[in-house]
Design a protein around this ligand. Structure first.
Ligand SMILES: [Zn+2]
Length: 106
């Protein structure tokens, strides 16, 4: 799982293949694409491995996140995925929000 960099490439619509939600898609420096949740959290609320930021060239990076805020990959909080573990309330709330949005008829 390339750290959640599993988004379809730009020829395909920016939609999560699991939950169907439209996402913001960014290219990584290694050429894969990732969906990042459009929510900014203080880095202290996010486990190191889930901290992503978008650099000045519009590429997603999860190393050298020197900012005080970061984003999490959609894969970690996809509403059709299992509840994320070892994360704080704020990330669980994003997952809950996605779960409701992905629910049929919601
Ligand atoms: Zn999803």
């Amino acid at each position: 799982m390339r750290e959640g960099a599993t988004a379809p490439w730009p020829d395909d619509p920016p939609v999560c293949s699991t939950c169907g939600l439209r996402q913001d898609r960014f290219e990584t420096w290694y050429g894969w694409w990732i969906f990042l949740e459009p929510v900014f959290l203080h880095v202290n609320l996010v486990p190191v491995e889930l901290r992503w930021t978008v650099d000045s060239e519009e590429r997603a990076v999860n190393w050298a996140c020197a900012d005080s805020e970061c984003q999490v990959p959609h894969d970690a909080v996809c509403g059709r995925a299992d509840s994320p573990v070892h994360v704080g309330t704020e990330i669980l709330e994003i997952w809950e929000m996605n779960r409701r949005a992905a629910a049929p008829g919601a």
